[in-house]
Write a protein that binds this ligand. Structure first.
Ligand code: HEM
Length: 357
């Protein structure tokens, strides 16, 4: 379904069908996409043009270039949490790292990007019917702020992605379109990579054997993260609308039907993976659907993996033992779209000898 763009679309197909990647479409979708400029809300040539402009800035080669910056951001945040008796994996550790890296790369110029990333993504995940004024104020503020940055970068380009976007596509992207790309990237990045970090650290807390294995051979950490994407299933599913009558896996789907792809059912498919319920880092490069597939496949897949690898590597280098109070771990109650952590308190029990970084 995700790979068949002839039969399925992320857009509405007629006046009866809603679009978007969720069922139901969030009630505040209009707020989320003023002027419908979020590119995970549209398909076709317009979407291709946006991805063609953005992909090089998130490619494997580009992420490789960013490794030094990622490592120093990770160590800077680890320095901060190291002095805290207890800290939260999401709020204090992962979110400042992810937001910090994306903020610097895109050129948002935010001094403390984590709160605004969180507030804006809360807005996108909030499925309550009633309007939360504060969240909307924050979203509007964020939206306006990003618009100002886009105009400033167009006037005076710098070495960042926003400046590059003002020149891309023969300079034809409007400010509003670039604003939409930025907001989409904030939504995509804000919680997901932090959740993968929290899943990984929670899992490793109970696995001293695996911690030792990864510490002895850090080249295995990318395999750990890859297996985590298959096994933890941060992204639970994405929706599409059928553009025509189509049969899929023996099911008849009619034009206009909404279909939800439950990604874990693919990632834990026994026909695809031996002992799928076991965490096994020796699976190597077996494909998974943790980042989706097809034209809307995750833009930040490489960056997210590089960040989580860097966090695990630095933590294993610097910390001997840590504990997570599992009784206090809080996940999002509705996991139908995304499998997040709201709270995951962690304590560093003992440090290793300082390692130069
Ligand atoms: C572990 C972390 C992450 C996971 C599990 C994840 C998962 C996904 C999935 C499943 C999709 C496909 C949605 C669909 O088909 O409707 C997606 C799209 C997207 N992701 Fe990620 N993501 C992660 C991290 C990131 C990061 C760090 C960024 C930004 C730098 C990002 C930006 C995006 C964007 C912009 C899209 C929309 C792409 C499009 O519609 O063309 N994601 N992500």
């Amino acid at each position: 379904m995700l790979q068949d763009s002839e039969s399925f679309t992320i857009e509405a197909v007629d006046s009866e069908t809603e679009g978007g990647s969720l069922i139901p479409t969030p009630p505040k979708a209009a707020w989320l996409s003023p002027g419908n400029t979020l590119f995970n809300f549209f398909d076709g040539e317009r979407h291709e043009t946006v991805r063609a402009a953005l992909n090089p800035h998130f490619s494997r080669r580009q992420v490789k270039k960013m490794e030094g910056a990622i490592k120093s951001k990770v160590n800077q945040v680890l320095d901060q949490v190291s002095s805290m008796p207890e800290f939260d994996i999401i709020y204090d550790l992962a979110s400042p790292i992810v937001a910090g890296v994306v903020n610097d790369h895109m050129g948002f110029g935010l001094e403390d990007p984590a709160p605004i990333f969180r507030a804006m993504s809360d807005q996108s995940h909030d499925k309550k019917a009633e309007v939360d004024d504060q969240a909307i104020v924050t979203f509007k503020d964020g939206w306006i702020y990003i618009g100002e940055v886009v105009r400033a970068r167009r006037a005076e380009p710098r070495d960042d992605v926003i400046s590059a976007l003002t020149l891309a596509n023969d300079g034809q992207f409007t400010d509003l379109e670039i604003q939409g790309m930025c907001i989409n990237i904030i939504f995509g990045a804000a919680d997901t990579a932090a959740a993968l970090t929290a899943h990984s650290l929670t899992f490793l807390a109970d696995r001293p054997d695996l911690r030792a294995q990864l510490r002895d051979d850090p080249r295995q950490i990318p395999n750990f993260v890859r297996e985590g994407l298959r096994y933890f299933n941060v992204a639970m599913g994405v929706a599409r609308s059928a553009k025509r009558d189509v049969e899929l896996g023996g099911a008849k789907i009619h034009k206009g039907d909404r279909v939800f792809a439950l990604l874990p059912s693919a990632n834990l498919d026994p026909a695809r993976y031996d002992h799928p319920d076991e965490f096994d880092i020796s699976r190597g490069a077996l494909p998974h659907l943790g980042f989706g597939s097809g034209v809307h496949t995750c833009l930040g897949a490489g960056l997210a993996q590089a960040i989580v690898v860097a966090v695990i590597q630095a933590l294993l280098e610097r910390v001997e033992t840590y504990s997570i109070d599992t009784a206090k771990v809080v996940g999002n109650p509705d996991k139908s779209f995304i499998n997040l952590f709201h709270r995951a308190p962690m304590r560093i029990e003992s440090f290793r000898e300082p390692v130069s970084h």
